[in-house]
Ligand binder design. Structure first.
Ligand code: APR
Ligand code: PHB
Length: 390
């Protein structure tokens, strides 16, 4: 067992952990990032790809946004579609120069990992955290395993940035908290295809067969999602069936779906998860470790980055000014914003997914909501404001 000391141990090299590490490093606060997977694994795993203006600003301040700004696709709007009727939400019209950047999460990870290594941030791959001891006391310790060897680190604070299935949440006294969960009765089937986008901007579509989303990664790579049953088996979805279903669900006047080689197919669960605390003594949860939003608003990565910024502010005040109150208010400052995003993500999910029969009361409500959005500037503006990020 090797013992050493560091101010902050960060568990997990996702957007939350890496953003926090780069901020602490810039402020001269020592930290170590422990990541259980290999660098190759985290840099190639296909995830979401919507970067809000706020997140881009954070990355820019950290000096890691050059490639994102060069290669990312800047979008000034999105399309909403309901049973073949398209409505454009123009961000620029309502929010001046605010926009979103389409750039895969694994590309973000590559840029952040590169910056960490370049700046000598301690970043350990294949270091799997197994436990956290004494979150309330003076002998806070993180246990991890590397190359089959058990090691421990002493630290002042632990940032649990290890995603929904990580270990840090289980070190917290969750039984004393209020946990809020919502399971949606469907999954997303996501594909990545070698084909130019068929639309200049994202399309969120409701169809009587279920939801479809057209996204993209570059001028030659497209990303699509289809609502499927929650017990769905990928083997039921041949490439041909996927393209047929996408063409059907995204159908609109003057729209032609381009098809190409599917190079990645996966299922994403659709669920919400919240706890009423994000800090437990000297353990702080950030990103997916603390909350999950349904993917319909493209918000997961952005919440992770926003958590990291607020947590960093607390740690900065503690280490550089000797003030602990900022850190102590981390949870309350984040929870209000996360709930706002939960509400928007739930709204988008309910608006576009099929969960009741066609012509049921619920379906007519969805239709009425969509009609309101297409006819009301206020409703369109509200969507623009939430989508770009409050
Ligand atoms: N020890 C060390 N690392 C761990 C452990 C552990 N025991 N358990 C999990 N990890 C690592 C995972 O391998 C992963 O790389 O923690 C990291 C968590 O990263 P993310 O899941 O990307 O979580 P987060 O940084 O909160 O970002 C949330 O990711 O899931 C998407 O849609 C979500 O965009 C959102 C974003
Ligand atoms: C994606 O591009 O992967 C994406 C876009 C928007 C979403 C979810 C995922 O709401």
């Amino acid at each position: 067992l090797v013992n050493s000391n560091v101010s902050v141990v960060i568990i997990g090299a996702g957007p939350a952990g890496l953003t926090l590490a780069l901020q602490l490093n810039k402020a001269g606060i020592d930290c170590i990032v422990l990541e259980k997977h290999t660098r190759q694994y985290i840099e190639t795993r296909t995830r979401a790809g919507v970067i809000e203006q706020n997140s881009l600003d954070v990355f820019e301040k950290l000096g890691v946004a050059d490639r994102m700004k060069r290669e990312g696709l800047r979008h000034n709007g999105i399309y909403l579609s309901f049973e073949g009727v398209r409505h454009h939400i123009d961000f620029g019209k309502y929010l001046n120069d605010k926009a979103i950047t389409i750039y895969g999460q694994q590309e973000v990870i590559k840029d952040l990992v590169h910056a960490c290594l370049d700046r000598n941030v301690a970043l350990e791959f294949e270091a799997s955290v197994t436990g956290i001891l004494d979150i309330d006391g003076a002998t806070l310790k993180v246990f991890f395993e590397r190359d089959g060897v058990s090691q421990a680190m002493n630290c002042n604070f632990v940032a649990g940035c290890d995603g929904f299935h990580g270990v840090s949440r289980s070190a917290a006294p969750i039984s004393t908290c209020h946990v809020y969960e919502k399971e949606y009765p469907f999954n997303w089937l996501g594909i990545l295809a070698d084909v130019p986008p068929s639309s200049p901007e994202l399309i969120y579509a409701f169809h009587k067969n279920g939801f479809a989303l057209h996204s993209m990664r570059s001028p030659s790579i497209s990303r699509f999602y289809l609502q499927v049953a929650d017990n769905e088996d990928l083997s039921n979805w041949s490439d041909q069936r996927i393209w047929e279903e996408l063409a059907l669900r995204l159908q609109a006047e003057n729209f032609q779906l381009k098809i190409g080689f599917i190079k990645d197919k996966s299922l994403t669960p659709v669920r919400s998860f919240m706890i009423d605390h994000m800090q437990f003594g000297n353990l702080f949860l950030a990103g997916d470790a603390a909350h999950i939003v349904p993917p319909t608003g493209g918000k997961g990565l952005n919440l992770a980055v926003a958590d990291a910024v607020t947590l960093y502010q607390g740690l900065f005040d503690y280490f550089h000014k000797g003030i602990k109150s900022t850190l102590l208010s981390y949870s309350s400052r984040r929870l209000a914003s996360v709930w706002r995003v939960q509400e928007f993500s739930d709204f988008m999910t309910n608006l576009f997914h099929l969960s009741s029969p066609i012509d049921s009361f619920e379906h007519r409500l969805q239709k009425a909501r969509f009609t309101y959005i297409t006819t009301s500037e206020a409703a369109s503006k509200s969507i623009a404001e939430n989508y770009v990020g409050i």
